[in-house]
Design a protein around this ligand. Structure first.
Ligand code: SF4
Ligand code: SF4
Length: 338
């Protein structure tokens, strides 16, 4: 069942990628926050609180409808811990009803056999869990020892794709743990990726020699397709800036719990426009705006989306208006090489 659903997902992904290559006029990926609250308090995290309430289902549906109307291909539900939202299944179902790919990022704590089966039924297509260490410490309790039982439940009951992301940098005590996490992920039949932890404005924290070594080993173990897409991580590991075009605010959208569009989780406030009022004018401005934080940014998913457009439409510094529109839905635009 998981294999057949995975193949269908791959076919849909391929059609969305083709559409994204042919047309720059729609978002490829949106991260949406149904709940800022989290059950944990990871030491490096700036994306949670312990008090907020869930966004009401009807409000979430309106936001998802707007994303669908903008032509969004993939919606990933993030947090906080989105599994704490009491109507998560209905949110996932609505993403699917509107024809978008439904993904979820979770810390894994709430997975039981019954909960996993309900996510299958809701139509979840992929899940990412980040595991930071083998044993819990003062920085993170997203630990293999705590979560291994949950991973076994997922291996047995889920029919959606599961990716385990291990993390290096940002004060994680034993970088070798990332290798143990990646090995366990592969053993259970999941894909595996490795991320470099960013600081509070999304920018670079250089890795030490020991961490860089482990980072390369984990990358070799992981998903080779994603490893190829994450080429920028080699520069990050070496602490070097690199050149790319961040299309946040256009091809990638981050929708916070208040329904505002931001560049990403680490650049909240830009542009800070309500999603309900977001127009193609906003989209085009952000598509063409060079992001000051790009040369040392570590956010994997925004990089992966940017690959679709890196070769076209040079950007302009904030405040500079590009004379002619670069948002075209034509193959001619695709062929205009730089
Ligand atoms: S589980 Fe995720 S959202 Fe919660 S504190 Fe940790 S990193 Fe942040
Ligand atoms: S470069 Fe883009 S994704 Fe990275 S921190 Fe800046 S706005 Fe966010």
């Amino acid at each position: 069942m998981r294999r057949s659903k995975f193949l269908k997902l791959k076919v849909r992904e391929a059609s969305f990628i083709t559409r994204a290559l042919l047309s720059t006029g729609h978002p490829v990926l949106a991260h949406i926050i149904p709940m800022r609250r989290c059950n944990l308090a990871c030491g490096y995290c700036n994306e949670y609180d312990h008090t907020s309430t869930p966004v009401p289902l009807e409000v979430m549906k309106q936001r998802l409808d707007k994303l669908a109307d903008l032509g969004t291909s993939i919606v990933t539900i993030s947090g906080g811990e989105p599994m704490m939202h009491p109507q998560l299944d209905e949110i996932i179902h609505h993403i699917r009803v509107r024809g978008m790919i439904a993904g979820l990022i979770s810390n894994g704590y709430y997975f039981t056999p019954d909960r996993i089966k309900r996510l299958n039924k809701a139509g979840l297509e992929y899940l990412q869990i980040s595991i930071d260490n083998v044993n819990p410490d003062e920085v993170s309790r997203k630990s293999l020892r705590v979560l291994d039982k949950k991973l076994r439940y997922l291996a047995e009951h889920s029919d959606f794709h599961v990716n385990i992301n291990s993390v290096i940098g940002g004060g994680i005590q034993n970088p070798e743990d990332a290798l143990a996490v990646a090995r366990r992920a592969v053993e259970l039949g999941f894909s595996s990726t490795v991320g470099v932890i960013h600081d509070n404005d999304g920018t670079l924290k250089p890795l030490g020699e020991r961490e860089r070594n482990i980072f390369q080993q984990v990358k070799k173990l992981g998903n080779t397709d994603l490893a190829r897409l994450n080429w920028f991580q080699d520069s990050i590991a070496e602490g070097k800036p690199y050149k790319w075009r961040c299309r946040a605010g256009a091809r990638y959208l981050y929708i916070c719990e208040d329904g505002l569009v931001h560049w990403c989780s680490q650049q909240r406030g830009y542009p800070g426009t309500p999603l309900a009022e977001y127009t193609m004018k906003d989209f085009e401005r952000e598509y063409n705006t060079e992001k000051w934080c790009a040369p040392t940014c570590t956010l994997q998913c925004v990089h992966q989306v940017a690959i679709l457009d890196n070769w076209r439409d040079p950007q302009h510094a904030p405040g500079v208006t590009k004379p002619e529109s670069s948002i075209k839905d034509t193959i001619g635009e695709v062929l205009r090489a730089e």
